[in-house]
Design a protein around this ligand. Sequence first.
Ligand code: TXA
Ligand code: MG
Length: 285
Amino acid sequence: MLEAGGVIGLPTETVYGLGADAMSSSAVRKIFAIKGRPADHPLIVHVADISTARALSRTWPTTAEDLASAFWPGPLTIIVERGPNVLDEVTGGRETVAIRIPRHAMALRLLQQFGRPVAAPSANRFGRVSPTTADHVRADLGSDVDVVLDGGPCDVGLESTIVDCSVDPPQILRPGSISSEQITEVVGRLESASGPSRAPGMLESHYAPDCTIVPIDVSDSIPSDVDRVLDGRSDPTRFAHDLYTLLRDCDRQSLRRVAVLLPDDVGVGRAVRDRVFKAAALRRH
Ligand code: TXA
Ligand code: MG
């Protein structure tokens, strides 16, 4: 399928991806067409081993090497300067490339057997909630995708942490289940993200369900007019795992207003808060 330039639904430990041969322009362009994603939004390249990651980069800094040894395979995406072999279609014309080794047996087997890097964004339509089961992918993309590999529900449930190692000190562009505390432990120093995000697509209302999400912090009271309350506070890791399925359930039940009890702003809680705030952001439609 991938050899023939096809596009497949692919399980990973974070969310399902929509994968294609990262070295084929026509295959990569199919991803953008199916997702309805703007062409300048870069894709993450999935690889089977660190040597392939190095081969895709112009320079492979110590910070990238240390993070890769600490967290790969796993829910961490590392951005480095791109090598000359990386397609413009993948980087959206940028001088950097985002790479990760997923921690999912089926994904790893596929990457090893295919023997080439696989470009894959989350397998949802642009701007919608990421899929965490094969059924979610089929519901979103239907017959537009040739094959959906069913690897069961995703372990983590939220997209990978993105760390930009093309700058010094490195910077977190998207929080995920690997926390800034864990990253700092490995690289020593982290630039705190300020100003506009440099990961395209991060500022817009993304991860958006149809219902209105009302984030509730510890000091806030729950409004009386909500149709459902989701508890993200008692067990943030579990909630991260369930969040996108819960949001899809709320939409299926046509709920209008859904309150989410926010976890504390530490560890995976930071990533949960980020996604809940994005889900709550004003929608374009
Ligand atoms: O967990 C994940 O990362 C999942 C699974 C499938 O691996 N993938 C995923 O891909 O979430 P996507 O395309 O939905 O999100 C990738 C993010 C986008 O916000 C994109 O802008 C950013 O990564 N990104 C990719 N390459 C970049 C680059 N060179 N510079 C800055 N941001 C980049
Ligand atoms: Mg996405």
